[in-house]
Write a protein that binds this ligand. Structure first.
Ligand code: PEP
Length: 253
């Protein structure tokens, strides 16, 4: 049984004060859902305050990015050791970072290694553009992204990683992928790529989220698919909707 995991990617939203106010509003609701892992991913500057605000609960904290080097002349970057005191997770390779900040499969792979070396759980984002989707290239492209991200990662570490399948055309657009399509890509392509590298057992252990306009109205449908273990949530994670989504992700007995 894979524990459901709902992670909120706040992107460049909320000041430190706004972050703390919001976390105080949602933390008890999130903590009540003991059978679902919930993760808050604020901007770097709010990581420490959010970590303080969730202390004593089972709510997790994640960074939205990090650099792979340990230290040095990398203006504007944060190292794994810098974020580690405040978080357990780190989002890597989000499509916005790939599109606007030059993230590549190679840098994502280096970041995956660095995160694991520091005991951080990477949430590795993959997903195709609309043009790739319409050209029938989704399977090959997403499979390639997964295999590149995991290059050189040993099986025992791979099983603990999280992959977020996020079709780029569904992010922030209100046009979510159908459950059948998301489930098929996650099951056949994402888990298939992991199975090709590590075998079926590892592919069945690793948790895979869907991301792209997930909200309180559609989350239960995604969770009903046996291959979908949760969601990476953007817009809806900035509101009370996030608590509703975590509750809706609870396993049905
Ligand atoms: C995201 O940015 O990872 C995301 C899924 O955003 P949204 O939920 O707003 O589509």
């Amino acid at each position: 049984m894979r524990t459901p995991i709902i992670a909120g990617n706040w992107k460049m939203n909320k000041t430190v004060d706004e972050a703390v106010t919001f976390v105080r509003e949602i933390r008890s609701g999130l903590n009540q859902q003991q059978d679902v892992d919930s993760v808050l991913c604020p901007p770097f500057v709010a990581l420490s305050a959010v970590a303080d605000a969730v202390r004593g609960t089972k709510v997790g904290v994640g960074a939205q990015n990090m650099y792979f080097e340990e230290k040095g002349a990398f203006t504007g970057e944060c190292s794994p050791a810098m974020i580690k005191p405040f978080c357990q997770y780190v989002i890597l390779g989000h499509s916005e970072r790939r599109a606007y900040f030059g993230e590549t499969d190679e840098t994502v792979n280096k970041k995956v290694h660095a995160a694991l070396a520091h005991g951080l759980t990477p949430i590795i984002c993959v997903g195709e553009t609309l043009a790739q989707n319409e050209a029938g290239e989704t399977q090959e492209f997403v499979s390639g992204q997964v295999k590149a991200a995991f290059a050189g990662v040993p099986a025992d570490k791979a099983a603990g990683c999280i992959i977020a399948y996020e079709p780029i055309w569904a992010i922030g657009t209100g046009k979510s992928a159908t459950v059948a399509d998301a489930g098929r890509i996650i099951g056949l392509t994402v888990r298939g790529a992991i199975a090709d590298i590590y075998g079926e057992e590892t592919a069945q252990k690793l948790r895979v989220q869907y991301g792209g306009s997930a909200n309180p109205s559609n989350i239960a449908d995604y969770m009903s698919h046996p291959d979908i273990d949760g969601a990476l949530v953007g817009g809806a994670s900035l509101k009370m909707d996030f608590v509703a989504m975590v509750k809706a992700a609870a396993p049905r007995s």
